[in-house]
Design a binder for this molecule. Structure first.
Ligand code: WT7
Length: 639
């Protein structure tokens, strides 16, 4: 069977095969790639430890598959179209596969020259410029493990991530442009590395030209280093199960955890999901214009890793990388870029769609958008109104919308329509990709069978890009994902399966808030707020937000009732900004006298959630509370 499914019947047939004989199914997909040595065994797994290994004994380098493999057939094809933040300052860049290969080899040599070896962890803290892709692929080329940190995170967040995995090199830029703002990235790195003794070198790309401090012997300029090396860099052979990257993500407790993905399985699943979900033709003939694909995510999130870089490049696609923001210089920027580059496939977040919708059609009308063929969404549930707006006004009623459900831990898209093949339904991620076996369970872990049901979403069988471990703490991986329900991977999401077997993800069922498609742990925000000297305790919950999907609502107890409340709130925002970054700043802060706790001291968030949602009369059972009267005072003081 071909790698890319072309009809719904074929999808059904492929799905059936993937369940009856998963090993034969994935072995067949893996054959499409360049392996230095073929695997000895397709799969070994148990979800108890957990331990999952795909393509055991296989040897390869993922960059040979992303780059070298394409050179003979279409080295001149554009791999990356880079659209700058400000077109008045910078020109669009078109980087061919041959050029990207050249840059990656050179930068891989820069890393080697600076002491990087296979297995080393390298932190990438960069804006959306092609050099970020070069840095990522250069790590992969030498078998080093990249840990990309979103450049919107604070120095504190960066410290946690660098220290957790003992990164030896940080790759960064002097500054970053975001709309009208200029952010001093290197200063943040400087602050962070003061307490990160593992960091021996910092390689700095000059992007904004702002002033930076360079520490002799430690800090190097990208451009100087690139002059010292050649473009010859044979790829380091890695094992299928060697780590490819670490990506930190928030959970319901403690500090962010480093989700680990490994080389072989991740590669196979990214190419397979990319070509199938977006129906991107694989290696189209030399003469035809390749489809232009644009994913608006940041490379600091898993979407950027999997569907700006690895998935598209593995398939020889042309991928757009956008440095700017959707609302600058005005809310028509996305559509201007779509027309400018004649984008065929456009993939974005529901939050972005809702904020465009809120700005009105005046920003859409000037653009034809005729080139669009497929639209996608990711990161959070999409409400029906936003879905319809996207479908009518952007897709002009002719583009299927792929609502793709997946997670940092799943590596790639798990439940989604295949564009133009799976009949769509607004708000539904529809059906699992071949190889993905979703299960709904009730609170006792009992499977809920049949259709027209709702429960907690689990996956019963491994897929090639399932999380392998959480870096440095395997027990945490087990606890978080494999311990809640026996023999199942638990996603943390609630889900409905409708009468036709279509899946609709309803949102997190754990203490994680999804703000604009970004995962924020309530505990993390609470820990940050509690750093404020006048805060005794805090409790954070999510509430429905018209644009962001969910907003952050913080209930705080402070030491001194004489406080200037508005000043206190400002200080809380500042402390969260400093500890985590702007994305975690609470939308609402309410000072309370007490929190609803059980006799054992557990905060009943369910009650706070109701208050945050604006529900004040029916708060459910409050009989287990130590002091039920706190609820009344919270309710009457609600914002
Ligand atoms: C969480 C994962 C997947 C890459 C971006 C976010 C939510 C994701 C959907 C969707 C409803 C979705 C889930 C999931 N989510 N996609 N299509 N419909 N919810 O990655 O930070 O790992 O977050 O995002 O709640 O668990 P992430």
């Amino acid at each position: 069977m071909a790698f890319r499914i072309q009809t719904f019947e074929e999808y059904q047939e492929e799905y059936r095969k993937s369940v009856t004989d998963p090993e034969a199914f994935w072995e067949d997909k893996a054959k499409h790639f360049t392996w230095r040595k073929k695997w000895d065994k397709v799969l070994e797994w148990n979800f108890t430890q957990p331990s999952v290994k795909w393509f055991l004994g296989g040897k390869l380098n993922i960059t040979e598959n992303c780059l070298d493999r394409h050179l003979d057939i279409h080295g001149e094809r554009t791999a990356i179209i880079w659209e700058p933040n400000d077109t008045k300052k910078d020109k669009t860049r078109y980087i061919s596969y041959a050029e990207l290969h050249d840059q990656v080899c050179r930068f891989a040599n820069v890393l080697i020259r600076n002491g990087a070896k296979k297995g080393d962890r390298i932190c990438i803290y960069m804006p959306m410029v092609p050099e970020s892709a070069v840095a990522i692929l250069a790590c992969a080329r030498i078998g080093a493990i990249h840990s990309v940190v979103f450049a919107g995170f604070s120095a504190h967040s960066l410290i946690d991530r660098i220290q957790d995995s003992d990164c030896s090199i940080v790759i960064t830029s002097d500054g970053a442009f975001r709309g009208a703002k200029e952010i001093p990235i290197k200063d943040i790195v400087d602050e962070a590395v003061e307490v990160c003794p593992s960091v021996k070198k910092i390689i700095v790309l000059e992007r904004t030209g702002c002033n930076i401090r360079l520490t002799e012997g430690r800090d190097l300029l990208w451009k100087d280093e690139m002059k010292k090396v050649t473009n010859q860099c044979p790829a380091t052979e890695t094992d299928s199960e060697d780590m490819l990257f670490i990506l930190y993500t928030s959970g319901s407790t403690g500090k962010p955890k480093g989700v680990v993905h490994t080389v072989g399985g991740y590669m196979v699943f990214m190419a397979y999901s990319f070509t199938n979900v977006f129906q991107y033709p694989l290696e189209p003939a030399h003469s035809t214009r390749p489809d232009i694909y644009w994913c608006t995510a940041d490379i600091g999130w898993v979407t950027g890793h999997s569907y700006i870089i690895y998935g598209p490049l593995l398939c020889g696609a042309t991928t757009v990388m956008f440095e700017g923001i959707p609302t600058w210089p005005d809310a028509g920027r996305f559509w201007e870029v779509v027309d400018k580059h004649q984008v065929n496939i456009f993939y974005t977040a529901p939050t972005a769609i809702r904020s465009m919708e809120a700005q009105g059609l005046g920003y859409v009308r000037p653009y034809s958008l005729d080139s669009l063929r497929v639209l996608g969404t990711v990161g959070e549930p999409i409400n029906e109104e936003a879905w319809q707006w996207y479908y009518e006004n952007i897709g002009k009623g002719k583009c299927p919308i792929v609502d793709t459900w997946w997670q940092t831990e799943t590596g790639g898209i798990m439940i989604s329509p295949l564009a133009g093949i799976t009949p769509v339904k607004p708000g539904f991620a529809t059906l699992p990709l071949p190889g993905i076996q979703p299960v709904l369970v009730n609170h006792d872990g009992k499977e809920i069978t049949g259709n027209g049901v709702e429960g907690n979403l689990c996956i019963r069988f491994p897929w090639p890009s399932v999380i392998r471990t959480t870096y440095g703490d395997h027990e945490r991986c087990r606890q978080n994902y494999f311990a809640t329900y026996k023999e199942l991977y638990f996603t943390g999401d609630g889900c409905r399966r409708d009468e036709n077997g279509y899946y609709r993800i309803t949102g997190r069922v754990d203490d994680v808030i999804n703000v604009s498609g970004h995962r924020i742990g309530t505990a993390e925000v609470e820990n940050a707020i509690n750093q404020h000297p006048d805060i005794v305790e805090s409790a954070v919950v999510g509430f429905p937000h018209p644009i962001k999907g969910q907003g952050i609502y913080a209930f705080v107890i402070c030491t001194n009732s004489q406080h200037d409340i508005s000043l206190l709130k400002e200080e809380i925002l500042a402390v969260v900004n400093k500890m985590i970054g702007p994305i975690a700043k609470p939308d609402k802060i309410q000072v309370v006298g007490g929190l609803p706790k059980t006799r054992s001291g557990k905060i009943l968030r369910r009650i706070l959630k109701k208050v945050a949602e604006g529900e004040t009369s029916n708060l459910g059972d409050t009989s287990t509370l130590l002091d039920p009267s706190v609820v009344d005072s919270i309710r009457t003081g609600a914002l």
